[in-house]
Design a protein around this ligand. Sequence first.
Ligand SMILES: Nc1nc2c(ncn2[C@@H]2O[C@H](COP(=O)(O)OP(=O)(O)OP(=O)(O)O)[C@@H](O)[C@H]2O)c(=O)[nH]1
Length: 445
Amino acid sequence: MSFFGKLKNRLFKSSSKIDEGLEAIVSDGGEEETLAAQTLPEEPAPDLPEETPQAPEAPTEIPQAPEPDVPAEPQPVPEPDLPQQTPPEPEIPVTPTPAPTPEPEVPGNSPVEVPQEAPQEIPAGVGDPRPAATPQEIPLETPQEVPTQGTGFFGRLLGRREDRTVVRRALDDDMLESLEELLIASDMGVDTSLRVTANMAEGRMGRKLSVPEIKQLLADEITRIMEPVARPMPIYPTKPQVVLVVGVNGSGKTTTIGKLASQFRAAGKSVVIAAGDTFRAAAVEQLQVWGDRAGVPVLTAPEGSDPASLAFDAMTKAQHDGADLLMIDTAGRLQNRADLMEELAKIVRVIRKKDPDAPHNTLLVLDATTGQNALSQVETFRKLADVSGLVMTKLDGTAKGGVLVALADKFGLPIHAIGVGEQIDDLAPFDPEEFAAALTGSNRS
Ligand SMILES: Nc1nc2c(ncn2[C@@H]2O[C@H](COP(=O)(O)OP(=O)(O)OP(=O)(O)O)[C@@H](O)[C@H]2O)c(=O)[nH]1
């Protein structure tokens, strides 16, 4: 299964929440419309007048029903609004923002090569056969569209299929408010939800929209917000590049370090891990398991010992060994525990004695299931630890995936990778388009 398929399945809770919400919003006050029958691909319908199918000449209004001025001439083409499947609504991005950009910084699926100068990409998702960004289309055959009637002999002769229906609702203030509420309930945060819906509504008030069309608009809007933050973790030529990993208890730091170390290792990097969570013996053991799996040495210290001193020793070893990367795990800390926060600052001070530029990356690992609380975590950790990028874990099995949109909108911090499970390959580069499609449940591929 492609990573998108996997992501979509795993973001099921988030997308189904949006899905159900949209269905309810559109069916409340929406009207069923009959769509013109589709033309079978193999039938070119050569006798159709040129302009019939697509010419969206006067697109501002959805062609509700044939105007009374329906051609008196008995033309062979019955429905004047015969556009392929949907009525002509040019603003709805039928082929939206594919942005076929080469995106050099999107983590490729190939192993990392150390450049001389330029930062590299985190190898999250190595081996992941992500499809190239392909243009999306508004799903034409949606669950809401149901066959209504046969097309008869002439219809078949002309290559038509059966007529279908779709429910559409005119976009008004009430509908907009419901959309805002839905997005807020999906953890996008109030400010972001208002901005997203306002952008979706721009130039579309009064327009009739179906669920798939709204999903597509939403996905486009989310992609737009997320694109600037989709940045792989940069890799510098400095040896060792020090990656400090911080976050609250249980956010997934240890697991993420294990996954990253394994991927870096697979990409040919030499990695050293410092098990800086000296408070929890289980965390050290867990990291050792990951280290063994990845073939990466894990430096430990006795339980309860000073993590800053361990970080210093690990730095010495990594420098001595000529390691490419030193990943330092830290104990989970709640943002309101001043003592633990001070300890984190001490780790930074100590490793800077060895390299004034270290840590080169400070990754804040966030647990998607915490929803809006992730926002305050970013605020606090940013002040304390100069966070350079985010990893969002546990996007599988949560209905709060929307918080990522709020984070991107509010802080603009790079999102390096996302965790969608507990397995080694469940850490993937962050792809805004895939994420938006998975979150909204819009069709892709
Ligand atoms: N479903 C899922 N579980 C995850 C993911 N990442 C981590 N976990 C699980 O979350 C739990 C906590 O992960 P840890 O890596 O131990 O978290 P931590 O931040 O190191 O925890 P502390 O050491 O207590 O601060 C573990 O059971 C992991 O298997 C993910 O992307 N998806």
